[in-house]
Design a protein around this ligand. Structure first.
Ligand SMILES: Cc1ncc(COP(=O)(O)O)c(C=O)c1O
Length: 330
């Protein structure tokens, strides 16, 4: 990847003159079955451009429970687009739940304009939208005249887990964000795709928000490399995540819902009734880096830098940290 970045052809992308960026944008538009695409610095910017372009101030966006724009984008939808976010009760929702979240048409209610789907769903532990439910929900959104956005930060993982195509998972979506910087391992970069007119609007707004970049082909080259060499490898991350979950399903101090592990993320319950940060800290000292998700849950992610030896190490360290915490060593 570093070599591909170093040898990339570049030009000034603010003038549309970077050939490597153009190649990446065309490739991702084609992969997603959309007319056009634009390279952006982050997944957050991709999502927020989409929200801004699909809505007007005062509108409302329906998101699945604990969606990324609700929890982790600094309230940007309110700050940048002047819209509110309405969460459904569950991360994955059907036609009935979607329809129930749509505001009645009255002059004093916010206008529901957009539905945002997250696939895979980060906070739900990297789970994939059930195909039939997604289909039903996208059709309902269209029937209700709502725009649709797919937050596909980890769409590559959803493709690897289901064996379907990215284009299929993006069907019926007016816009799609994909990230090159997560499981694909590029240092930065995401792509927003949609119609030609939509992407022209995104190009203007990206510049306004300070996201226009110059010789950024060095990053686009990392993305192109990742599509060729890292995407096909994601199934290994999924296999290791599953093996980790099976090994620690009911271990001292931790519990894992193995069936919920569909891709590269494992949500682990901490069962010792004390602050999970103790376990996170003890694991860190043993060179296993995980993050906490609230008082009794942690998030474990498998990626290109965790091989089978790393998996075995992590399982072993989890066991010994669980035992020592249960024994009151901390
Ligand atoms: C589902 C989802 N969407 C969007 C993003 C935002 O991506 P970025 O960190 O590149 O802004 C993330 C980041 O983790 C994510 O998990």
């Amino acid at each position: 990847m570093r070599a591909a970045m170093a040898s990339a052809d570049v030009g000034d992308d603010v003038y549309g003159e970077d050939p490597t960026v153009a190649r990446l944008e065309a490739r991702i538009a084609a992969l997603l079955g959309k007319e056009s695409a634009i390279f952006v610095p982050s997944g957050t910017m991709g999502n927020q451009l989409a929200i801004a372009l699909h809505t007007k101030p005062g509108d409302e966006v329906v998101c699945g429970a604990k969606a990324h724009p609700v929890l982790y984008e600094c309230g940007a939808a309110a700050a940048l687009s002047g819209v509110s976010l309405a969460e459904t009760q569950r991360p994955f929702f059907g036609a009935g739940e979607l329809a129930a979240r749509v505001q009645p048409s009255a002059y004093y209610m916010p206008r529901t304009r957009l539905v945002s789907f997250e696939n895979t769903h980060n906070r739900a532990g990297g789970r994939v939208w059930p195909a039939a439910l997604l289909d039903e929900s996208v059709r309902e959104a269209r029937r209700l005249g709502l725009a649709t956005h797919l937050d596909g930060a980890r769409l590559w993982n959803a493709v690897a887990a289901t064996g379907t195509t990215a284009e299929h998972l993006a069907q019926g979506m007016d816009s799609v964000t994909v990230c090159l910087s997560k499981g694909l391992g590029a240092p930065a970069g995401s792509v927003l795709a949609g119609t030609k007119a939509f992407i022209e609007g995104a190009r203007r707004l990206r510049k306004m928000w300070g996201g226009g970049m110059r010789q950024v082909g060095v990053l686009a080259a990392a993305g192109l490399y990742a599509l060729d060499h890292e995407w096909p490898r994601l199934a290994d991350d999924h296999r290791r995540a599953r093996a980790f979950a099976e090994a620690l399903e009911r271990s001292t101090g931790f519990a894992i819902d193995v069936e919920a592990v569909e891709t590269n993320i494992v949500n682990v319950e901490y069962t010792l009734g004390r602050d999970v940060r103790l376990a996170v800290e003890a694991l860190r000292e043993a060179h296993v880096w995980v993050s906490s998700l609230g008082p009794a849950q942690m998030r474990v992610v498998f990626h290109r830098d965790v091989d089978d030896a790393g998996l075995a190490w992590a399982i072993d360290r989890f066991r010994s940290v669980g035992e020592s915490l249960a024994g009151g060593a901390w």
